[in-house]
Design a protein around this ligand. Structure first.
Ligand code: GLY
Length: 404
């Protein structure tokens, strides 16, 4: 090509392109609106109300579904409840009700494991919080009693996985911290003091035995079920027993902050902050963790967007609880940073598939759900956006009041 012509093309292209890449102003409301629309579209294509979204396999665009007994069944109705809460759209409410309803069976069956908390609290818990429907309350109270049957008072904690007892004896996993919220809620709503005591003791035992001296976490603690003695820390979904599994760390950050909110025991908040600070210190530059912080394949290892979404919720919870303004600002800003990155082209799926978020990792050692969309990432992303939107509204209202 003629050199002059080539120069002309380059000059005209440069003139048309903005010199700096335009970064549109981030708004939780805008991301929520977009996510609500997408959720509604997904809902429209679903007929069976007793099969639940779980993941989108590599190179596919539609959700794979699972039955009501899958540990993830509560997340899709939870996404629908957040979408309804943000839009007041009756179609979303009907969808949320329809997908919540089949989960009732879990609350009245004997507890398979601690996941009953995720299944029932994300569905019925959000449903009750938003609608105040008394029928939902009854299901929640029953689910809390069912979860409490897994409590061992010699250890002082819930047996998280009865099905893995042979392998790990009395096991308590870090994920289980999240499901104490159901017990705390039930204790305040007619379920009785015992549920509060179980949840508090479980958090204390987890804090004492699963938090390591460097403020990373064991995924699983094994205990002697007769003497209550801590035997050994393990991993199940992480790279190694002593490694830092990303999602486990974020379950801990969120779980201990929630335990402080419910008990006022300051050691729980201190633990949550220590876990959060350790997580922040070790995060890669782009703010989204690799699935395990100690995988030797880093930086080639897959990321886990679900951990980033849970971390955002956990840090917003910490920000709500700390008194110090600088700490409030620190954890709010970190959470906003994660939500913005998750909302960028790299992680937000847009038109690529039915999910909201890309790049989550479920169970790497089992070679299962690696670097794909997983429903709980969408659930905690929606929760984070709803929390952030409320914060944006409160800040705007405060600014207006100060002006008057
Ligand atoms: N609670 C199971 C997981 O985080 O994968």
């Amino acid at each position: 090509m003629n050199k002059f012509l080539l120069l002309l093309i380059i000059i005209s292209f440069a003139a048309c392109s903005p010199t700096k890449k335009e970064v549109p102003q981030f708004s939780a409301q805008k991301m929520l609106d977009e996510s609500v629309l997408k959720t509604k579209k997904t809902l429209e294509g679903l007929s069976a109300k007793d099969s639940f979204l779980r993941n989108i396999p590599e190179n596919e665009t539609e959700w794979k579904k699972v039955g009501v007994h899958d540990w993830c069944s509560g997340f899709w109705p939870g996404v629908l409840w957040y979408a309804y809460e943000s839009s007041n759209d009756e179609v979303l409410k009907e969808g949320a009700e329809a997908f919540t309803s089949p989960i009732k069976t879990i609350a009245y069956n004997s507890a398979q494991n601690h996941d009953i908390g995720f299944m029932v609290y994300c569905s019925y818990g959000n449903g009750y919080r938003i609608t105040g429907d008394e029928a939902y309350k009854e299901v929640l109270l029953s689910a809390a009693d069912t979860l409490a049957t897994l409590y061992n008072d010699k250890v002082g904690s819930i047996l998280s996985w009865p099905e893995k007892r042979e392998e790990y004896s009395h096991n308590t996993i870090i994920d289980n911290m999240m499901n104490l919220e159901l017990l705390f809620w039930a204790a305040k709503n007619g379920g009785g003091q015992r549920l509060y005591d179980i949840a508090t003791s479980h958090a204390e035992v987890t804090m004492k035995n699963l938090v390591r001296p460097d403020n990373s976490l064991y995924h699983l603690g094994s205990f002697d079920e007769e003497t209550g003695k801590f035997l050994k820390g393990y991993t199940h979904q992480g790279y190694a027993d002593e490694s830092m599994w990303a999602r486990g760390q974020t379950w801990g950050i969120y779980g201990f902050a929630m335990a402080y909110r419910e008990t006022g025991k300051k050691e729980f908040l201190e633990t949550s902050i220590k876990l959060a600070d350790h997580y922040l210190e070790r995060l890669p530059e782009d703010g989204i963790p690799y699935w395990d912080f100690d995988d030797p394949k880093i930086p080639e290892a897959p990321k886990d967007a679900s951990a980033a979404a849970i971390a955002a919720c956990g840090m917003l919870e910490i920000a709500n609880l700390v008194k110090d303004d600088q700490l409030k600002e620190k954890y709010t800003n970190e959470a906003i940073k994660f939500i913005k990155i998750l909302s960028s082209e790299e992680y937000y799926s847009g038109a690529k598939n039915q999910a909201l978020l890309l790049h989550s990792t479920g169970h790497y050692p089992k070679n299962s759900e690696i670097d794909i969309p997983i429903i709980y990432a969408d659930y905690y992303y929606m929760e984070a956006l709803v929390r952030l939107k409320k914060l944006e509204e409160a800040t705007a209202a405060k600014a207006l009041a100060e002006k008057k």
